[in-house]
Design a protein around this ligand. Structure first.
Ligand code: DGY
Length: 309
């Protein structure tokens, strides 16, 4: 009998095919009656591919052994509940570092130079009768990175190559890093031109970019959030962007995705993206391969490639 795996949301085609070649797959997101599906197949499920796994869902899968998340962030999984039930959890680190770092730099330049606004300006036929105005460069500016992890380091390298001065904040000062460390996020926000948010989501970082941090960043300060919407006080950010109390925001992530507060749509000092940080062919395929490799390793009794629990 083939091992039965639950898929919790749509995955990349190559990943879905790879999983289906190995396991009997049940697609929870396609079920017309999720409860009925879980009541029927729940006891047979030994693995999950995908995220969004609550303690309640785990309780419906009494023989669940492993959750292989498609993503490096695993704030969508109740890891405490998994630990209590001896369920292993894996994520997809490293393979997305370059894609995330490129997108971050892209979002920053797009905001600094108003690239999407320029595109709209041309398409709307406004060019012949006006001018977009002048904007700022990144070169020579100071950027504070909130979360100098694997992705944060790749972002730092690229921004340094663009001759930005890089500083960072995180839970601890890191050894052998050339960048100045700030133990206090508000103090860092006060000293930088840009704040790049790339710390993990979850309870430990919720609302960490508070109104106070945004006020410290100030009317000339730019925010780029590539991590999770929950890290930033979204309502305060919107209010301050509207009032000119925050210079601008490049946002790939939002508090309640895919909902984006409409207030952002009218603002010219904002660049918006639909959580696209890792959305390249190379990266998403590599993430899919890692999901499959973790499931294979677990069911073959080998060490997991990227375990978080
Ligand atoms: C992740 O993997 O957690 C990223 O948010 C995907 O873009």
């Amino acid at each position: 009998m083939s091992i039965e795996v639950l898929q919790t949301h749509a995955l990349l085609k190559s990943c879905e095919e790879g999983i289906a070649e190995r396991f009997t797959v049940h697609k929870l997101h396609e079920a017309s009656d999720r409860d009925a599906m879980l009541a029927e197949i729940g006891p047979r499920i030994r693995g999950i591919a995908g995220g969004a796994v609550t303690a309640d869902l785990m309780d419906k899968l009494p023989n669940l052994e492993i959750i292989a998340n498609f993503g490096v962030g695993y704030d969508n999984i109740d890891t405490g509940a998994a630990r209590q039930r001896n369920i292993r959890v894996t994520n997809t680190p490293n393979v997305l570092n370059d894609a995330m770092a490129e997108m971050t730099v892209g979002m920053m330049i797009a905001l600094a130079r108003r690239i999407p606004q320029g595109d709209r300006y041309v398409r709307e036929g406004k060019w012949p009768s006006g001018t977009m105005g002048l904007f700022s460069e990144l070169t020579g500016k100071t950027v504070g990175i909130l979360g100098l992890g694997r992705i944060g380091k790749e972002i730092a390298l690229r921004l340094q190559a663009m001759r930005m001065r890089v500083v960072y904040h995180g839970r601890h000062e890191q050894q052998n890093e050339p960048y100045v460390y700030y133990g206090d996020l508000v103090a860092m926000a006060r000293d930088v031109d840009w704040l790049v948010v790339i710390a993990p989501g979850g309870k430990g970082t919720e609302g960490i970019v508070s109104r106070e941090v945004l006020e410290a960043l100030g009317p000339d300060g730019m925010l780029c959030n590539m991590a999770r919407g929950t890290l930033v006080d979204e309502a305060a950010m919107l209010e301050m962007l509207k009032a000119g109390k925050l210079g601008g925001a490049a946002l790939d992530v939002f508090e309640k995705e895919p909902h984006v507060p409409e207030g952002f749509f009218d603002l010219d000092n904002v660049v918006l993206a639909p959580h696209q940080g890792s959305a390249t062919h190379q990266t998403r395929n590599a993430m899919g391969r890692l999901v499959i490799a973790n499931l294979d390793a677990h069911f073959e009794g080998k060490p997991l490639l990227s375990a978080v629990v």
